[in-house]
Design a protein around this ligand. Structure first.
Ligand code: CA2
Length: 154
């Protein structure tokens, strides 16, 4: 085996974990809905869970739809899959759904809260039809389940 081939075989695979608008506020407001964990706690959970599977994580949050779309596009060259909590863009963004379709990577949608037990406008997701799986209402554990799923789906 050449050095290049053996490097490729042993290089850790990467996942992108992407968070949408207002999730930077996690743990600072509305604990009854979103819990008390911060986004830094979510990042630590993701890195630990991915590590169990020998995976590395690129972790990002943005309040801007175009930044999220650019990150999804860039993942095509860097990541084996994407975990995304698109925040309120879940319910509005055809553009994020189109980006997910375009990159042809496995994408897992995560929501901290059970959106189906909340306002009607949160019941529809533009993302779910283009997601490989969806974890809803499990709090920050949903991110761990999503990473397990990406790591073991084959
Ligand atoms: O349950 C989820 O994870 C959501 O994606 C969270 C979004 C909401 O718009 C979706 O319907 C469901 C909102 C994220 C806002 O996060 C905050 C966290 C703490 C304090 C304020 C907002």
């Amino acid at each position: 085996m050449t050095d290049t081939a053996s490097d490729a075989a042993s290089a850790p695979r990467r996942l992108l974990v992407l968070n949408g608008p207002n999730l930077n506020l996690l743990g600072t407001r509305e604990p009854a809905i979103y819990g008390t964990a911060t986004l830094a706690d979510v990042e630590a959970l993701c890195r630990n869970r991915a590590g169990v599977h020998g995976l590395e994580v690129d972790f990002a949050q943005s309040n801007h739809e175009g930044v999220l779309i650019d990150a999804i596009h860039a993942a095509r060259g860097t990541a084996a899959g994407i975990v995304i909590n698109p925040g309120a863009f879940t319910h509005t963004s055809i553009a994020i759904a189109d980006a997910i379709s375009a990159v042809e990577l496995p994408v897992i949608e995560v929501h901290l809260s059970n959106v189906h037990a909340r306002e009607a406008f949160r019941h529809h997701s533009y993302i779910s039809p283009v997601a490989a799986a969806v974890f809803i209402g499990a709090g920050i554990n949903g991110y761990g389940y999503a990473i397990d799923q990406l790591a073991t789906r084959g």
